[in-house]
Design a protein around this ligand. Structure first.
Ligand SMILES: CC(=O)[C@@H](O)[C@H](O)COP(=O)(O)O
Ligand SMILES: NCC(=O)COP(=O)(O)O
Length: 247
């Protein structure tokens, strides 16, 4: 502990896209988040550009390089050739590959590491050959961590959506916490680094961090942006950084 916080700007971009106006500024809120203590910025440029636009990526890359050297850029997406070209052009420190179909409303499952072994091994090798860290989105299942490691990836990102959905059911939350904990322990035993993300909040993050001291990074967007409507972006980043300490 503590894990690093990467702020996902998808929701800020979604709000920006409502009008043909330059506010809220994705770059501006990325700057506020990094200045307030976030370790990095995450974006998930989907093929329909419903929120983050391809043109946002070089802007965020430039922000980090010019003003926040040492911060990390994490780009998430399905490894289509178009996506890979976007990644190679913007050279993030980390790429998080997700098995999303373009029609999906959001990311809601991890990889089938057996069925997609050949695809993932090739893409992971290609991206690592370009000097990027590769993380693969994974369901909470200890039994699949060895398969994940066989792809050659550096880390897995635990999909915490189902855990986030237990916000009103403490017993279910505890069950998912244990499942995530066992998966994180299996990932560590398989030699994998550990990230986590999806529907995390200031309320559900501390128990996860305390259960998984090996957690390196959480990427958070929806819950943090909702919190920022009340506390402001800088205040919310500080609240989530505190939650990353298990507080
Ligand atoms: C992979 C994941 O769980 C999220 O990072 C993803 O970015 C959510 O995508 P939307 O913001 O489009 O729901
Ligand atoms: N990888 C998870 C992420 O980047 C943000 O997910 P969410 O907090 O918007 O659900």
């Amino acid at each position: 502990m503590p894990c690093e916080l990467s702020v996902n700007l998808n929701a800020v971009a979604m709000l920006r896209n409502r009008r043909d106006l330059p506010w809220p500024s994705v770059e501006g809120f990325g700057r506020i988040a990094l200045a307030a203590g976030a370790h990095g910025l995450t974006v998930h440029p989907r093929p329909d550009q419903r929120h983050v636009r391809f043109s946002d990526l070089p802007v965020l890359r430039g922000l980090i390089d010019r003003e926040f050297p040492g911060a990390e850029f994490n780009i998430e997406g399905y490894p289509s050739e178009d996506f890979l070209q976007l990644v190679l052009a913007n050279r993030p420190e980390q790429v998080t590959l997700v098995p999303d179909d373009p029609s999906q409303p959001t990311s809601d499952h991890g990889w089938d590491f057996a069925a997609h072994a050949a695809l993932l091994r090739g893409v992971v090798a290609r991206l690592k050959g370009e000097g990027m860290r590769v993380s693969l989105f994974a369901d909470a299942d200890p039994a699949i961590m060895e398969r994940a490691a066989e792809t050659g990836c550096d880390r897995v990102e635990l999909y915490t959506g189902p855990y986030g959905g237990t916000h009103s059911d403490p017993l279910a939350a505890e069950a998912w916490l244990e499942r995530l904990g066992a998966t994180g322990d299996a990932a560590q035993a398989a030699g994998l680094g550990l990230n986590a993300g999806h529907d995390l909040t200031v309320a559900n993050l501390p128990p996860l961090v305390r259960r998984l001291p090996q957690l390196a990074e959480v990427s958070i967007g929806h819950g943090l942006t909702a919190d920022a409507l009340e506390h402001g972006m800088a205040g919310s980043v500080r609240r989530f950084v505190s939650a990353c300490r298990g507080d």
